[in-house]
Design a protein around this ligand. Structure first.
Ligand code: SF4
Length: 317
């Protein structure tokens, strides 16, 4: 087994973004920026599982009011490419083909022009979404380092959780709010539904959640307004046919661990990507959730999580 990237030095309370960007670029020479640990040199091309070099393709950028109320309105950037291949991925085309149109390279001057407008329009946070933003650490950190301080919003990192200790160390003092998708609770389901292959999916996600819980409150990079942001928000999507196998055991686990986390149970599955194909995955993926499945999930989540629970992003009355 290859030795993992280990970035353990204590970072300053106010992160040195330029130094972190340089560390991320160096790490991409023998890339272990996510748990795939490809060990390839991304300075020489798009040669790893994620098919990315050092540029980050941004295919969607908007001021979003559609995230959880704690995060919204948020300046939201969708970056192509990912470390997983989830059968129901809504962004599938941009995951498997990161530079598919209308993707453009993420750049500080390009982002600054948009942030100026979005902050005037009420943006409270800056959300990096994918795909998986962690595979873009060199470009994201470089972009943040080059932004004028007046445009630095609290960073929201929307991740699949399989990011590994090195990437977490680079992000620890940069991210104000972690949004972690926790999808299934066994590695067999992760292989079947998420394309996890040989990844120890559950152990990786839970190690990430443990690191977030253990980490100190970040400075949010000199942010102008992080009030009310949760440190950790865990999202779980109810998948048709997976209530008993994934959702109920996961709710039980969430009720016992990561007590500071807000939990968003999402119920509105619509078949996307390979889930639409008769050749890929279980038949149940090609339908929506049944009323009975939703009702059981809501009742259990309410019983187990109480005020920490959100349903499709909304607080329960
Ligand atoms: S970031 Fe990409 S190249 Fe690096 S380990 Fe992950 S999948 Fe492989």
């Amino acid at each position: 087994m290859t030795e993992r990237l280990d970035v353990t030095e204590r970072l300053d309370a106010t992160p040195d973004l330029a130094a972190l960007a340089a560390s991320a670029a160096r790490a991409a020479e023998n890339c272990r920026l996510c748990a795939r640990e490809c060990g390839v040199n991304r300075h020489h091309g798009r040669v790893g599982f994620c098919r990315l070099d050092l540029e980050a393709p941004c295919y969607k950028a908007l001021l979003s009011h559609g995230e959880e109320p704690e995060l919204s309105p948020t300046a939201l950037l969708d970056l192509g490419g990912c470390s997983l291949r989830c059968l129901g991925c809504t962004e599938w085309d941009h995951v498997v083909e990161p530079w598919r149109a209308p993707a453009v390279p993420l750049r500080a001057d390009w982002l600054a022009a948009r942030l100026t407008r979005w902050i005037a329009g009420g943006a409270r946070t800056l959300s990096f979404v994918g795909g998986e933003p962690t595979v873009h650490l060199p470009a994201v950190l470089k972009t943040l380092a080059e932004l004028p301080p007046s445009l630095r919003l609290p960073v929201v990192w929307n991740t699949n959780g399989v990011l590994g200790p090195g990437a977490f160390a680079l992000l620890r003092d940069v991210v104000a709010c972690w949004v972690v998708d926790y999808k299934v609770v066994d590695d067999g389901a992760a292989r079947r539904l998420l394309g996890a292959g040989s990844l120890a999916y559950v152990a990786e996600v839970e190690a990430t959640l443990d690191r977030i819980e253990a980490a100190a409150t970040p400075s949010a990079a000199g942010s102008p307004g992080g009030d009310g942001l949760p440190r950790l928000l865990i999202r779980h999507l109810l998948v048709p046919g997976e209530l008993e196998r994934s959702t109920l055991p996961l709710l039980e686990r969430l009720s016992q661990r990561w007590p500071s986390a807000v939990v968003n149970l999402m119920l509105m599955w619509l078949p996307h990507g390979p889930a639409l194909s008769a050749a890929a995955g279980p038949t149940a993926l090609r339908r929506v959730n049944l009323d009975a499945e939703r009702a059981i999930a809501i009742a259990e989540a309410t019983r187990l999580l109480g005020p920490r629970l959100r349903l499709d992003g909304k607080r329960i009355a």
